[in-house]
Design a protein around this ligand. Structure first.
Ligand SMILES: Cc1cc2nc3c(=O)[nH]c(=O)nc-3n(C[C@H](O)[C@H](O)[C@H](O)COP(=O)(O)OP(=O)(O)OC[C@H]3O[C@@H](n4cnc5c(N)ncnc54)[C@H](O)[C@@H]3O)c2cc1C
Length: 558
């Protein structure tokens, strides 16, 4: 964290130099705004698209290097195994997903930067292709996997609409700067809204429960993501969810529209502006700030969020756990590194907004270029690594056998049907709130899904061709194994901690009643899991955490 804080300003400078259009103040300096979990404005941003703009900046910078011949790009290739020679990472086996051909690639060091594993839940805000395979394959070759149960559930996503959905959409956290979250105070109003006899806009202020403002007066709607997500679940579990599935709360911009409208009218000298005029002026301001998000929401839901409150519900968004790495970002396999969301470093059990790309960019721009150089210094006399060796042949044959098994399985059920089943178990029993009984059931159910998957999955097509079903089968097989480890990790951690909420470990009384109760005496450690060859029998190693500069204590957002 210390190093990340140190290099964080360099990241902003680097991105500005790459052309990321960060917001600026009138005087030309970069602007800051507040974000969930903090009471001060300290986040650099680019409208409601910071993440996207940072990615575009990084992609264009990388493409420039590809153009110069400094990077060789292998698009539409999937890493399917790591090759170790004399205990060191020396290359990978990749599949060309267009031709299906398996390829050997050798290297003096290997970096995994394959992202997070939120799609183990099937539904998440992650891209559909996001998967755990690369991280899981190096885990199976000796890299420890740390804190797999640490998942971030983001509070502001468009609610699930039904069973035939494969993706969830994030509404940026920036919306909580101006939007107020509420549900009706009375169940009769919930019913009236659900059966269409009342509209949310018809409820008076007195009939609304702005539950975050009520429960957390200091932070209000800007409590961190884990707290906001759990509070939404608590209200919906109590029957106050406002849509058909009962899993939705309101994010309302009406107050912000009036506030901004009045400000604008004053600036324009329109002292007698009508309510309609004030609203129109306010909507314009809100459109300037969040127009892209409002348009996306309207396209997906067919509701106009300027006129009626948005519906939102928490969804899986980011995974703080991942491949264990040391201070140099090296895994427990010499010469194999993990960067970005794929590793477990920096975030702990909770992640505040805006820190993911900061960490990924720090890893890529300011850590790995130095630490890999240090490692390679020991290999200065090693020439090119040949690929016509038994190690590469064995790894390639293993991958081939695995894929052939899927093609020849001739089962009866689709890959997605298993992924969906896994996702349901994960969401219901290993999701936002977990307890011992549910976790034990989940472990048993995931084991059953794994056995049935290998017995009965059907993968059409062949191996040496474009075959998305085969790609999915290989990924889902890894997700299932990860899911079991994930549930085991959650079961072992009997405290509540950040995004990991154990129902048995909640404050029972006092001002923090119902909030997460941590146990720093027994759980101030990283749980780093070692693969043993049996997905049900991993070995856990504890890395003790020591804190020099901060005091460990319960968080309070009251
Ligand atoms: C909707 C959304 C909005 C977000 N907004 C923000 C934000 O505003 N600010 C912020 O800080 N963070 C944000 N995040 C989080 C942040 O975007 C991610 O944490 C970050 O992109 C992770 O970067 P990464 O390079 O580690 O992995 P990714 O961006 O996931 O990239 C991994 C790459 O590896 C490839 N890959 C995966 N497996 C293999 C394999 N086996 N072989 C070959 N290639 C493989 C993938 O195709 C992908 O291209 C957001 C995330 C989402 C989903």
């Amino acid at each position: 964290m210390y190093r990340l804080a140190e290099v964080s300003t360099n990241i902003i400078d680097q991105c500005v130099a790459q052309g990321v259009p960060f917001a600026r103040e009138y005087g030309g300096l970069l602007d800051n705004r507040s974000f969930g979990g903090v009471l001060v404005s300290r986040t650099f941003y680019a409208k409601g698209q910071t993440g996207q703009q940072l990615l575009l900046g990084a992609y264009s910078a990388m493409n420039r290097q590809i153009g110069k011949g400094k990077i060789k790009m292998y698009s539409r290739h999937e890493m399917l195994d790591l090759v170790k020679v004399d205990g060191k990472a020396r290359g990978i086996i990749a599949r060309n997903t267009v031709t299906g051909e398996l390829e050997k690639h050798s290297a003096h060091a290997v970096v995994i930067a394959s992202g997070g594993y939120g799609n183990v839940f099937f539904l998440s805000t992650n891209a559909m292709g996001s998967n755990v395979t690369a991280a899981w394959k190096i885990h199976k070759k000796g890299a420890y996997f740390a804190n797999p149960c640490y998942t971030q559930i983001h509070p502001t996503c468009i609610p699930r609409s039904g069973d035939y959905q494969s993706k969830l959409t994030l509404m940026s956290e920036s919306l909580r700067n101006d939007g107020r979250i509420w549900v009706p105070k009375h169940l009769k109003d919930v019913e009236a809204i659900k059966n269409g006899t009342k509209k949310p806009t018809e409820l008076s202020e007195d009939e609304r429960d702005y539950y975050l403002e009520r429960r957390y007066p200091a932070f209000g709607n800007l409590v961190p993501r884990d707290v906001a997500s759990r509070a939404a679940k608590e209200r919906c579990d109590a029957g106050f969810g406002v849509n058909e599935t009962g899993e939705a709360v309101y994010l309302d911009f009406a107050s912000a529209i009036v506030r901004y409208g009045k400000e604008k009218a004053t600036i324009l000298g329109e002292v007698d502006a009508s309510t309609e005029r004030i609203k129109a002026l306010g909507e314009k301001v809100v459109e300037n700030k969040y127009g892209n998000l409002f348009q996306m929401y309207e396209k997906i839901t067919d509701d106009n969020p300027y006129k009626t409150p948005m519906q939102i519900y928490p969804a899986v968004h980011y995974t703080m756990g991942g491949v264990w790495v040391d201070y140099n970002l090296m895994t427990t396999i010499p010469g194999c590194y993990a960067a970005g969301e794929a590793n477990f470093s920096d975030h702990g059990a909770n992640r505040l907004g805006a820190s993911a790309l900061m960490q990924g960019l720090a890893d890529g721009y300011f850590v790995l270029p130095y630490t890999i150089g240090d490692y390679l210094a020991g290999d200065i006399r090693t020439g090119p690594i040949p690929t016509d060796t038994p190690e590469f042949d064995d790894a390639l044959n293993d991958v081939k056998a695995r894929l052939e098994k899927f093609i020849n399985n001739n089962g009866t059920k689709s890959v997605d049907s298993f992924h969906k089943r896994l996702g349901k178990v994960m969401w219901n029993k290993v999701g936002m709130a977990r307890n011992e009984k549910g976790l034990k059931e989940a472990i048993a159910e995931i084991k059953e899904i794994r056995e049935e998957f290998h017995r009965d999955v059907y993968v059409p097509g062949d191996m040496y061709n474009l075959n998305p079903e085969l790609e999915k089968a290989s990924r889902v097989s890894d997700f299932i194994e990860l899911g079991e480890l994930f549930a085991k990790d959650a079961l072992e951690r009997m405290e509540s901690c950040g995004g990991h909420f154990r129902e048995e470990s909640a404050e029972e009384d006092g001002p923090q009643k119902g909030e997460a109760k941590r146990d720093d005496v027994n759980y101030a450690h990283v749980s780093a899991w070692e693969w043993t060859g049996d997905p049900s029998a991993p070995v856990m190693h504890k890395e003790k955490l020591t804190f020099n500069d901060i005091e460990l204590k319960q968080r309070s957002y009251k």
